[in-house]
Every structure is written in structure tokens, then in C-alpha cells.
Design a protein around this ligand. Structure first.
Ligand code: SAM
Length: 255
């Protein structure tokens, strides 16, 4: 059995209890060493076999999984954040199918959620944005399926941009085609890690600030007016609004 586990954004307490238990029972852990916090390996047994996949090809990863499975060993494939987001797990799962190796996935806290918590904001603010776009700039891998930043910016939704801080000037330029220059933007480097850094600004000044802070990798870019102070109160907790869990006892204002 191979278990794909979401390691969470970095803080070792942000892995799920289920993920932690899978690490405790694992005979072998293949972890994405460029981003996963190695301190998570402290949850494992002393004689666990570990591989850092940052130095491995897909073939090598699958080969380890295959060999371990043949020996009846439990394998954890530890991915940063949630494995379903830019985790390149589909290609691994498809290869496991060809070997008839069973697998399952334990989700994790994605880094865009770790970043939202770090800046203490709500991504879906009533009257501002009820949509979150998760995307990345098309980079060396050439992917921008689903729309370029320019196209996506037209929605004026909250945007979480992965894997792109190294091209912050280009990101800003594309966003400025639809957002105004005063639009708030935050760059969160290593959200939830001990050396986390938060840079806040607007589209006008974020490039300079990010470069001055020396951030060129491992960061979330969060964009949108959800970081501004104008919004509507949620209907869910509005005393004049009833719903399935709170009917008939709401007091009217001025009662
Ligand atoms: C290959 S993707 C993996 C994303 C991961 N599966 C997730 O759900 O967060 C790597 C990118 O995720 C973002 N990232 C991962 N961990 C982060 C963290 N702790 N703080 C900020 N950004 C992070 C960065 O944009 C980084 O370049």
C-alpha cells in the first residue's frame, strides 16, 4: 500500500492526525524534500527508510514504491500542502495502477490556506469576492491551462498564485491589465514555518518590497480586495436572517 499524505504547509502540527498516524506506521517515506519540513520525519519509527524525492526521477520514485510493496512494506509519499494541488500525484497513481499497487490519499492543509491564516484574512468576503482562483504563472513547464493571469484577473476574484514569486514583476504586470494599481496583494514566504515572512502591499509597490526582502521562491501570492476594509456582514450570523439551524428566534434590530 502506498499512502499519499498531505504534509501541510510547514508547521509540523499542521499535518492531519490521520497523516501523522500514517507516518508513525510507515516502513518507508518518500518526501518532497525541497518543500516538506523534514522535522515531520520525527513522527516516524526509528528504522524508517527515507528518500528525498527532490533528487529522484518519476521512474526512481515508482521503483522504490514497487520494491517496497513487493516486500510487504508500507510506503508514505509525503507531499507538501495538499497533494492534489501541484503535487504531480496523478502520474504516480497511474503508474501504481499498472503495477496493481493499492494506494490512497490523505489530504493536507494547502499552503494557500496556511498563507490566508498567516495574514489573518478571509478569502471569501461577502460583497467582495465569493470565488477563489488557484493558479500559477506559466513558467518553465509552460502550463497555463484554464487561462493566463490576465484572463483570470478579469474575474476580480480572490487569487492565490503558486510557483510564481520569482517572476513577481511579470505577475504584477499581468494583473494590472484588470485590477487597479491600489489592489491589495500579499506575498507570504514559507507560510507557517518559523522563518515565515509576510510582505503586504499594493500592485503598485509589491515588486520592490518582495525584491528588497530577497524573496524569490517558496511563496504564496494572494491578491484581491478581500484584504481591504470594505465588505458586507455575513448573512449566516445576521440576526434578521433565518436558516435551517436558527429559525424564528431572531430579534429584529430595534426590538
Ligand atoms: C509544487 S507546489 C506544491 C503546493 C502544495 N501541494 C500545496 O498545496 O500548498 C509548490 C509551491 O507551493 C507554494 N508553497 C508551498 N508551501 C508553501 C508555504 N509554506 N508558504 C508559501 N508558499 C508555499 C509555493 O508557491 C511553492 O512554490
Amino acid at each position: 500500500m502506498v499512502i499519499f499524505v498531505g504534509a501541510g504547509p510547514g508547521d509540523v502540527e499542521l499535518i492531519t492526525i490521520k497523516g501523522m498516524k500514517a507516518l508513525e506506521k510507515a516502513d518507508c517515506v518518500i518526501y518532497a524534500g525541497s518543500l516538506v519540513n523534514e522535522k515531520l520525519l520525527a513522527y516516524c519509527q526509528k528504522d524508517v527508510i527515507t528518500y528525498n524525492s527532490a533528487q529522484m526521477t518519476l521512474d526512481e520514485v515508482i521503483e522504490v514504491m514497487h520494491q517496497m510493496h513487493q516486500k510487504g512494506k508500507k510506503v508514505v509519499r509525503l507531499h507538501t500542502g495538499d497533494p492534489s494541488i501541484y503535487g504531480a500525484i496523478k502520474e504516480q497513481m497511474d503508474r501504481l495502477k499498472t503495477y496493481n499497487i493499492p494506494y490512497k490519499i490523505i489530504p493536507g492543509v494547502s499552503s494557500f490556506l496556511g498563507a490566508a491564516a498567516a495574514i489573518k484574512e478571509e478569502l471569501t468576503l461577502p460583497g467582495v469576492s465569493q470565488t477563489v482562483i488557484i493558479t500559477r504563472r506559466s513558467g518553465r513547464t509552460g502550463h497555463n491551462e484554464g487561462g493566463s493571469l490576465k484572463d483570470l484577473a478579469k474575474h476580480q476574484a480572490t487569487m492565490s498564485i503558486f510557483l510564481s514569486v520569482q517572476a513577481i514583476d511579470e505577475v504584477v504586470e499581468e494583473l494590472l491589465s484588470a485590477y487597479d494599481k491600489h489592489t491589495p496583494i500579499a506575498v507570504v514566504y514559507k507560510a507557517t514555518w518559523e522563518d515565515e515572512k509576510i510582505i503586504r502591499g499594493t500592485l503598485e509597490d509589491i515588486g520592490k518590497k518582495v525584491k528588497a526582502a530577497g524573496i524569490n521562491r517558496f511563496a504564496q501570492i494572494l491578491v484581491g480586495h478581500f484584504m481591504a476594509s470594505h465588505y458586507e456582514l455575513s448573512k449566516l450570523y445576521d440576526e434578521n436572517f433565518t436558516h435551517g439551524y436558527r429559525t424564528g428566534n431572531s430579534k429584529k434590530k430595534g426590538d
